[in-house]
Design a protein. Structure first.
Lengths: 100, 100
């Protein structure tokens, strides 16, 4: 690959990443919407926001789903952050926060 | 909503999150593949792995793209982690690491 081809390829790859990022953003927001809805349902069942068993299950699910190139530990780290933020919006959804 | 409906709804929402997570996992891996390809192209251009201007642009792009419920600061935090992991796989892609 010569310099010119490499420049075109770099630009193409960065555009591709931007397109992927747009979908990830949409899905993270969709996930947050579901978390907010969960925050509204849990008080009816007397359940707390923090559900360690469920969080463990979510992490196992993403580790099983992933087939690389990101290794399972990396995927787990990313989803630990996603779960943290989901828990926060669930808590802040108001109804959830009344459940203690 | 009574208890029974709430239990069904919670189960439905958790399934929906699992489906969203499967797609997020796929997209994070796709993003990593592009990052690895970038790690192969940059040495041809004499570019280092760390590209602060591009990383700033990626963060601005996701902040602009997001329309909530996650606020821009949250989205930025999540993507800072995603970029960190992408930079790591790009660096570890071997060819990239030879570029210094």
């Amino acid at each position: 690959m010569d310099r010119n081809d490499a420049e075109i390829e770099l630009s193409r790859l960065r555009d591709a990443i931007d397109r992927v990022d747009e979908v990830i953003v949409r899905l993270l927001n969709q996930r947050a919407k579901y978390a907010i809805e969960i925050g509204e349902v849990k008080p009816i069942l007397g359940l707390p926001v923090y559900a360690p068993e469920r969080e463990k299950q979510v992490l196992q699910h993403v580790e099983r789903t992933s087939n690389g190139p990101l290794d399972p530990a990396t995927m787990r780290r990313l989803f630990e952050r996603i779960i943290d933020e989901s828990r926060r919006v669930e808590r802040e959804s108001g109804v959830g926060s009344r459940s203690g």
